[in-house]
Design a protein. Structure first.
Length: 130
């Protein structure tokens, strides 16, 4: 007979109590004087880098939770609604975005590159027909 909903679970192992096989393995390793994390730490530097990465990636599953995939919905316009843009239309659009954008970076190299793009597309925007 099934337990009625709302009735607490009874019997079985208490939370945090290892099962018999796990406890037996831990006891045998302790009897043999084997400390698994220390053994891994001692052997890891002797392995090739690729094998080290494989082992460490495998161990990460025990340290960090696995992340769930993020679901994203994208609406795609039907073919008849899709619009082909000419190079001039693309350049015009980029010129508008660079002229109206107030993007700032702490890095001088990034700002210099951004300014070059803004100047280039700004000059294109003024010379392109509307």
């Amino acid at each position: 007979m099934a337990r009625p909903p709302g009735l607490p679970k009874s019997g079985g192992r208490k939370k945090g109590t290892p099962n018999k096989k796990t406890q037996d393995l831990e006891d045998r390793l302790k009897t043999l004087g084997i400390d698994v994390p220390s053994q891994i730490g001692a052997l890891l530097p002797q392995l090739h880098t690729e094998k080290q990465v494989d082992i460490l990636m495998g161990l990460m599953a025990f340290l960090y939770p696995k992340r769930k995939a993020v679901e994203q919905q994208i609406e795609i316009a039907p073919k008849e609604e899709a619009k082909e843009l000419s190079i001039d239309e693309i350049n015009r659009s980029l010129a508008k975005s660079y002229q109206t954008s107030a993007w700032v970076s702490e890095e001088p190299e990034i700002m210099a590159a951004y300014q070059k793009l803004a100047d280039y597309y700004g000059s294109l925007g003024s010379s392109l027909p509307a």
